[in-house]
Design a protein around this ligand. Structure first.
Ligand code: HEM
Length: 403
């Protein structure tokens, strides 16, 4: 099971990317006419960009430390360094730190006099370097996502486009809210561009999000029976709310602002709600990306009969495979006199998946008749697991081979 810190680290990772890439991207592409930027806004954006770089480096390095401690049981500088340099996750973190430093260097107005070196192409070169570094930063995140850690090419590409489109949309909304325009008319012009960019990004997010969803949630029932599916439904509900708000902003506010630009500051306050909702979507996504998605081909492979006695009580029954990957148990419980277990005795059942580092899954048992029970559960990971049946007087463990 994902540890508690994983979603927090993932969320901070997304936030730091928005700060680092979004702030600089907004100034470079959406509001590039330097004259329209007030000095205070320019300073704020520079500091947010630096904060993003610092946060990205700190969160990535700390995440490696926590992951290494979880995997190895302890941590010291030698183990940390070994984990950083020898694991898939660690190696992408090294590249991410280098890229964050590169983006920081770019924003610190390097001493190299681009203008003298390459004349009027300086701005183009600077923008190209910025875009390439930003894409590589996103690649380092996608390569450590569910798709990346499984090495699946198309899901990785889809995840990368999803992430870049997210950065574009969230960045343009956040930084429009924070921007102080000298003239409302300038602001409305910027908003026209923000609105078009947001529309294209939302299209890309929807297409790639739908593709990743079909890969991860390969059967509709998974939406309700897995933690991953339930978290996905929660995220999509939030996405629907934010899309409704974005639609109102585009189709009702934009025509109004074209006619009355002086309403811009009020609109920026309205946009704060969209920014807050997008932050909550990012929180839900952090939970989604830290929850193990259901694997195809998991679960019990053949029916297993079992009979075990403990403290005079006997458990006897059969476990059979279920279509999606899991098992259904049907069993009887009898006491020392071979009589059915009385109705007032509490019976519990779980799938124990601790060998996979996952928490137990509760079986929803129903009483079929005197001492007869049935219950099933979905087991989302490939590998063996145990069914554990408990009554106050005894506990049985049935090994369920799933290979
Ligand atoms: C049409 C709506 C959307 C769908 C169907 C969707 C679906 C998904 C899916 C299935 C994943 C893969 C999770 C995994 O790795 O297991 C994902 C990742 C992600 N989504 Fe969405 N999403 C949608 C909209 C959004 C929006 C609006 C945002 C942000 C504002 C967003 C941000 C992200 C981020 C940051 C990731 C993680 C990328 C990574 O870690 O590499 N998504 N999404």
């Amino acid at each position: 099971m994902a540890s508690l810190e994983s979603p927090v680290f993932r969320f901070l990772l997304f936030v730091s990317l928005v700060l680092l890439v979004g702030s600089a991207g907004f100034v470079r592409f959406l509001e590039s006419r330097a004259g329209a930027v007030s000095p205070a806004t320019a300073r704020l954006f520079t500091w947010l960009h630096r904060l993003g770089a610092g946060l990205l480096i700190a969160v990535s390095l700390l995440d490696v430390g926590f992951t290494a401690r979880r995997a190895l049981g302890e941590i010291n500088p030698y183990l940390y360094f070994a984990y950083l340099t020898r694991t898939w996750n660690g190696q992408w973190v090294i590249l991410r730190v280098i890229i964050a430093l590169g983006l920081l260097w770019l924003s610190l107005r390097p001493r190299v006099d681009w203008q003298t070196l390459i004349g009027r192409h300086a701005a183009l070169l600077e923008r190209t370097v910025f875009v390439v570094l930003s894409i590589v930063a996103a690649v380092t995140v996608s390569m450590t996502s569910h798709a990346g850690s499984r090495g699946e090419l198309w899901p990785i590409i889809s995840d990368l486009v999803h992430l870049l489109a997210m950065l574009t949309w969230v960045g343009s909304v956040f930084f429009t809210v924070l921007f102080t325009f000298r003239e409302p008319r300038d602001g409305v012009n910027v908003l026209e561009r923000v609105s078009t960019v947001a529309l294209v990004s939302v299209g890309a997010i929807a297409l790639t999000g739908a593709f990743s969803s079909l890969v991860r949630l390969w059967h509709p029932a998974l939406l309700t029976i897995t933690n991953y599916g339930q978290t996905w439904v929660f995220k999509l509900t939030l996405v629907a709310a934010v899309l409704a708000l974005a639609g109102i902003n585009r189709f009702m506010w934009m025509p109004l602002l074209r006619r009355i630009p002086s309403r811009l500051p009020r609109f920026q306050r309205v946009m704060r709600l969209e920014a807050v909702l997008l932050t909550v979507v990012l929180m839900a996504t952090s939970a989604l990306t830290s929850t193990a998605p259901p694997e195809q081909g998991a679960g019990l492979k053949r029916s297993v009969s079992f009979k075990q006695s403990k403290n005079g009580y006997t458990l006897e029954g059969v476990a059979s495979p279920t279509p999606l990957g899991g098992a259904r148990l049907e069993f009887t419980l009898t006491d020392a006199k071979a009589a059915p277990l009385p109705d007032d005795v509490r019976v519990e059942g779980i799938f124990d998946m601790s060998s996979h580092g996952m928490g137990p899954l509760t079986l929803n048992l129903e009483r079929l008749g005197a001492g007869r029970f049935a219950g099933d559960g979905f087991f989302g990971q490939t590998g063996d697991f145990d069914a554990v049946i408990k009554i106050p007087q005894a506990e049985w463990r049935v090994v369920l081979p799933s290979r």
